[in-house]
Write a protein that binds this ligand. Structure first.
Ligand code: UTP
Length: 291
C-alpha cells in the first residue's frame, strides 16, 4: 500500500537546546537559511507524501506562520527590483504541501504525540518524521523506508549504527539481516544499560508504521523514569510479533535537538550551499589553520 501521510511531532520542550528554544521552537532553529522543519517537509514532499500533520503545542505558532502566506512581505518583495528570487523562495514555502496542524495539549511523550494523530491517519500506514532530526540524502530517507514498507508489507524503522557509548541515549535493536541494508527487527529496548545492548543499531528520526500501532500505543504504560509515553514500547511489541523491519538508511543525519548537532548541520550544509559554499570553505580553511 502506498504511503501518503506523514506526521511530524514537534511538540517537545527542547530542553537540551535552551535558552535558544525558549521562545523559538527548536524545530525552527535554522540550518543556514531554512528552519530545520522545512528540510523535513521538503523530504516528505520529495518522497511522494501528500498530506502532512505537524504536531505542535503552545509556543509553536512560528511553525504555522512559516508555512502560511506572509502577504505583507510577499507584496513588498514582489514590488522590489532585484528581489524576484527571494520572493519566489518565500512564496514556495507556503505552497510546499498540504500541511495540517494539531496541538498536543500536554507534553506526554513521542508515543502520545503520535496517538494524537489517530483520526488524521485513519486506517492506513504512515510515516513519522521526528521534528528535530534532519537527514540529508540524494535519495530521501523517507522514500527509502516507504519502498521497504511497500515491498515487505511490514513496519520499517530507519536505523544507523552508533558507538557503544552513544547507544545508551537511543534504542538498541535485535536484528537479523534480510538483504543489502534491510534487516528484520526482532526486538527493541529504549535507552539500554550496558548489559541490555542487543546491537549498536539505533532508530534515528524516521519510521513507517501500520495503523495497528495506535492500539499498541494506547496500551503502553508511561515510562517509570519520566512519565512519558514512548513510541518504542509499541514498536517493540510490533517487532516481537514479527511485523517490523529495519533499514540501515543512506543519508547524513543531524540531531537538531542538541547543540553540537546544530553546529554540525550548519557547517556541512553551508559547505554545499550554492550561494555561500565557496566563501564559507575559504573562511573555514583560514580558521582551521589558526587553531
Ligand atoms: P525529543 O525527546 O528529542 O524532544 O523528541 P524534546 O522532548 O523536545 O527534547 P529535550 O530532551 O527536552 O531536549 C523527539 C521529537 O518528538 C517531539 C519533539 O518535538 C521532537 O521533535 N515530541 C516529543 C513531541 O511532539 N511531543 C512530546 O511530548 C515529546
Amino acid at each position: 500500500m502506498k504511503i501518503r501521510k506523514a506526521i511530524i511531532p514537534a511538540a517537545g520542550l527542547g530542553t537540551r537546546v535552551l535558552p535558544a528554544s525558549k521562545a523559538v521552537p527548536k524545530e525552527m532553529l535554522n540550518i543556514v537559511d531554512k528552519p530545520a522543519i522545512q528540510y523535513i517537509v521538503e523530504e516528505a514532499v520529495a518522497s511522494g507524501i501528500e498530506e502532512i500533520l505537524i504536531i505542535t503545542n503552545r509556543g509553536k505558532v512560528a511553525i504555522e506562520d512559516h508555512f502560511d502566506h506572509a502577504f505583507e512581505l510577499e507584496t513588498q518583495l514582489k514590488k522590489s527590483d532585484g528581489k524576484e528570487k527571494i520572493y519566489e523562495d518565500v512564496l514556495a514555502v507556503s505552497n510546499l504541501a498540504n500541511i495540517y496542524f494539531l496541538r498536543q495539549k500536554e507534553t506526554k511523550g513521542l508515543g502520545h504525540a503520535v496517538l494524537c494523530a489517530r483520526s488524521f491517519i485513519g486506517n492506513e500506514p504512515f510515516v513519522v518524521m521526528y521534528g528535530d532530526d534532519v537527514i540529508i540524502s540524494d535519495d530521501p530517507v523517507t522514500a527509502q523506508l516507504c519502498r521497504a514498507y511497500e515491498e515487505f508489507d511490514k513496519g520499517v524503522v530507519g536505523v544507523k549504527e552508533v558507538s557503544k557509548e552513544a547507544i545508551a541515549k537511543y534504542s538498541s535493536l535485535d536484528v537479523t539481516p534480510i538483504r543489502d541494508n534491510i534487516m528484520q527487527c526482532n526486538d527493541i529496548i529504549e535507552k539500554p544499560s550496558p548489559e541490555q545492548i542487543m546491537s549498536c543499531f539505533a532508530i534515528l528520526g524516521r519510521v513507517v508504521l501500520p495503523p495497528e500501532i495506535f492500539s499498541l500505543i494506547e496500551s503502553s504504560k508511561p515510562d517509570s523514569r519520566d512519565g512519558e509515553i514512548y513510541l518504542t514500547e509499541a514498536m517493540a511489541t510490533l517487532a516481537r510479533q514479527g511485523k517490523l523491519n529495519a533499514v540501515d538508511f543512506v543519508g547524513k543525519r543531524y540531531d537538531m535537538g542538541n547543540k553540537l548537532g546544530i553546529l554540525q548541520a550548519n557547517c556541512e550544509v553551508a559547505l554545499d550551499h550554492p550561494e555561500i559554499g565557496d566563501d564559507f570553505k575559504n573562511y573555514l580553511k583560514n580558521l582551521v589553520n589558526n587553531l
